[in-house]
Design a protein. Structure first.
Length: 161
């Protein structure tokens, strides 16, 4: 289930107000019209297993509760398990009314093949070259790991969301 929304000026300002009494005065910064914490939490490290998913989810929840509103993830981190852990953490915080999606700056990356198979080129061919719905070809795959073809990026963004 997708968590709709995005960081907003009003949401990040409310987040700062709720947390500024527990943070140093210079902890939050303006990032364009948004307010960002000085540090963020990443979701890259770990195995793609239930134990790591639980640890990452708990780390996200605890970080957000303590004033961190920047979360870094990617569809390629732990074969999309990182994003699922992120979703679970945000959803639990929303259900407890501790945060809204508008409070959080979530960063992602595109163009990296997320599939865990050793033969990524074969997986890429079967999923993006062979199907007639894409105009992607094998020349779009770089070093068997990267693709920035617009259709591939759009597909990855859709999956990530």
């Amino acid at each position: 289930m997708t968590i709709l929304g995005r960081a907003t000026k009003e949401g990040t300002q409310r987040y700062r107000e709720r947390h500024k009494k527990h943070c140093e005065p210079t902890f939050f910064h303006e990032a364009g019209e948004l307010i960002a914490s000085s540090i963020g939490i990443g979701t890259y490290i770990g195995e793609p297993d239930e134990h790591t998913n639980g640890v990452v989810t708990k780390a996200i929840v605890e970080s957000v509760r303590r004033g961190v509103n920047i979360i870094d993830s990617s569809i390629s981190y732990r074969y999309q398990q990182a994003e699922r852990s992120l979703e679970e953490g945000i959803r639990s915080l929303e259900e407890l009314k501790e945060v809204t999606r508008e409070d959080l700056l979530i960063c992602s990356k595109g163009g990296i093949l997320p599939h865990p198979e050793k033969n990524r080129a074969n997986w890429f061919y079967q999923n993006y070259v062979e199907p007639s719905k894409f105009s992607i070809n094998m020349k779009d795959l770089v070093r068997t790991r990267y693709c920035i073809h617009p259709e591939y990026l759009q597909d990855q963004i859709d999956r990530s969301l």
